[in-house]
Design a binder for this molecule. Structure first.
Ligand SMILES: Cc1ncc(COP(=O)(O)O)c(C=O)c1O
Length: 410
């Protein structure tokens, strides 16, 4: 039988999903275990510990994987932290900020939205004014707004939450795992991501982190969490050993746990600072290469998201037609704009395994040919050399495990 086009290798440069890390890919073929098996619990324990490191969370935080994509991470935060009628302040500057507000409304919260125009960062002063006027229980915002490529001012916004005593809920979908994330230091109470973003695992899981204060807020609720599936108390019953041992909640996707666990290990082994430097270096090299072809950074450097590089297209280029040709004729998959940036920008993914020299060199090579600008490739190679960007060999997993504290080869 024909294997089908889905078996062909495609250079995936979208802002998620990202190419799967080899350790994660290998874990997808591990033999099946039951979801109440001790091997699975032991592996989950390592994930809990590793997620605390990934998020920079305190020891008394609760971390786990939810069986759903990043949006479930977003929705379960709203469902757990808010009761009907309670006040949520959502600061929004794009598609995902609007999604947060909609989810908060759907759990019955009294939602106020402070907006900044798409393509510009949230304004902490405006958010502060709204928070002081009517203090919310939860202040929620997106750290890296994928739809526009803007990085929001996390430190200033979490300071506003602290000033008004609100729980700070942060969408870290495009940031955590590709650089240090100091959840405890910034007083963040809830954060989440998606397995398919900076971690380079398959889509389908939402790694989440609750602070102790957030858990106390859930415990103090007078109504049940509106979503049974997303109730953090149910998650704790499965992920932690309580008086009754481990409790069945739902049949977790074991292989996704393993693949995501491996991807987290790989990220910690590489080092979060090293990953941030890799993404930054790649962004610089790609921008240097694309400039002579007429592409330009869509977001000023001061608030440019390091992991999703939004570039404006050269004048006269038909976005959909060109991306279609790149996909069909060159096997390169790219994302266009989302919402207000549709047709205006490409959003180049620099998360996880996408932020590598080889796939971007391939893109630049093809664009240099299509736009008749051979100097693009020279500039790319020169920048990679200058910045010391090299795709090293994939480290051996067993070698990595003995060097990574607290982990033993499975
Ligand atoms: C910032 C942000 N939040 C939330 C989501 C939703 O994640 P998912 O598509 O995994 O549900 C995304 C997806 O791109 C995102 O970029």
């Amino acid at each position: 039988m024909d294997a089908g086009p889905w078996m062909d290798d495609v250079t995936l440069l979208t802002p998620g999903p990202t190419p799967i890390h080899p350790w994660a890919a290998a874990a997808l073929a591990w033999p099946m275990r039951g979801h109440m098996d001790d091997d699975v619990f032991a592996y989950n324990d390592a994930i809990v510990a590793d997620l605390k490191r990934l998020y920079g969370a305190a020891d008394d935080a609760f971390t786990c994987l939810l069986a759903g994509s990043g949006s479930l991470g977003m929705e379960s935060g709203m469902a757990n932290l808010l009761e009907p009628g309670e006040r949520a302040l959502v600061a929004s500057n794009g598609v995902f900020g609007e999604r947060m507000a909609e989810m908060a409304r759907r759990v019955g919260a009294d939602v106020e939205v402070v907006r900044a125009p798409a393509g510009t960062p949230l304004d902490p002063d405006e958010v502060r004014r709204a928070a002081l006027a009517r203090p919310p229980k939860v202040l929620a915002f997106v750290h890296g707004e994928t739809s526009t490529g803007v990085l929001n001012p996390l430190t200033e916004l979490t300071a506003v939450a602290a000033e008004v005593g609100a729980l700070a809920s942060v969408d870290a979908v495009t940031t955590v795992g590709m650089g240090p994330f100091a959840m405890a230091e910034h007083g963040i109470d809830y954060a989440y991501t998606g397995s398919q973003k900076c971690l380079s695992a398959p889509p389908g899981l939402a790694p989440v982190a609750y602070s102790k204060r957030a858990l106390e807020a859930v415990a103090a609720r007078s109504t049940s969490v509106v979503s049974w599936y997303a109730d953090v108390l149910g998650m704790q019953g499965y992920w932690l050993t309580g008086d009754g041992g481990r409790l069945y909640h739902h049949t977790v996707p074991i292989h996704l746990h393993w693949a995501t666990g491996e991807a987290i290990r790989a990220a910690l082994f590489e080092g979060l600072e090293a990953r941030a430097a890799r993404a930054a270096g790649m962004a610089e090299a790609v921008l240097a290469a694309l400039a002579p072809l007429g592409f330009a950074a869509a977001v000023p450097a001061a608030h440019r998201l390091p992991t999703v590089l939004a570039v404006t297209l050269p004048p006269g280029v038909d976005d959909v037609a060109l991306r279609g040709r790149l996909r069909v004729e060159d096997g390169i998959s790219l994302a266009g704009g989302l919402g207000p940036t549709t047709g205006i920008v490409w959003r180049l993914g620099l998360m996880g395994e996408a932020a590598r020299v080889r796939p971007y060199r391939r893109l630049i090579e093809v664009l240099a040919r299509r736009f008749d600008g051979p100097e693009a490739l020279e500039r790319f190679d020169e920048a990679c050399q200058r910045l010391g960007l090299v795709d090293g060999a994939v480290p051996s997993r067993s070698h990595a495990l003995v060097r990574t504290s607290g982990l033993t080869p499975a």
